[in-house]
Design a protein around this ligand. Sequence first.
Ligand code: AMP
Length: 283
Amino acid sequence: MRIFHTVSGLRDALKVHRREGLRIGFVPTMGNLHQGHLALIEQARGSCDIVVCSIFVNALQFGLNEDWDKYPRTYQDDCDKLAAFGCDYLFHPDDTEMYPNGLDTQSRVICPTMTDVLCGASRPGHFEGVTTVVTKLFNIVQPDEAVFGIKDYQQLAVIRRMAEDLCMPVEITAAPIYREADGLAMSSRNGFITEQERPNVVVLKQSLEWIAEQIHAGERNFRELEKLAVERIADAGFKTDYITVSHSKTLDPAAEDDLEITILGAMFTEAARLIDNLSIRLD
Ligand code: AMP
């Protein structure tokens, strides 16, 4: 695996492959790689000739009181994993390489829909940071395909919309949620869960599944289901950020006759904010 820390170095290397007509796949990450990330690499490996991964903990998508400084950075370990999983190129820029003019005056990419609800409501500016850095990374790597995890459902929806709106010449593909044995969605932030909390955090996934069961059984009072799920989460000792039954494409609150539904949730542990989601189809 070849590692580049500069935009120009990576561009020069990839130019050769582009001229050869090879299909370039890209997996953007913030590092601290787990099996969920590596499954994305494998997926890109399956459909592309060249696989590029980036590791960049993007300050622009973290709020002032969020965990940018505490975010786990495990660079050497990440390199070993990526090399073992057949990643061809790693892009690992520092902040000045990505934001040479500073963060405050950085040009931004704004997606005006789906970004101020759910995670965007509790993390103002978060998705603007995501769309801006992903655009920059797309411009640097110029991939034919970019793979994103369904684990971050809203992020995937926003990136798809951005790519469509801005005619970005990249195919966005989705990878399934990778989970621990008890069902907890893998996340770099799971390391912040305490030993006492760990057996109970699966309540988030279980609550989404419970809502799905009720809907399959014919219940259509979605707002009531959301309320009851919040109570289940409180009973397990956690504070809910949001639980919503949403339209899968627009992320608007689902209407009774919607056929494609995604149930999304976020809850707080003492030191982490965990997210999960579950999509169902009614026909
Ligand atoms: P992150 O490093 O958290 O920014 O995530 C980088 C990419 O990995 C994103 O596309 C995430 O959606 C994806 N990802 C993170 N956790 C998982 C998981 N448990 N299963 C599948 N994909 C994931």
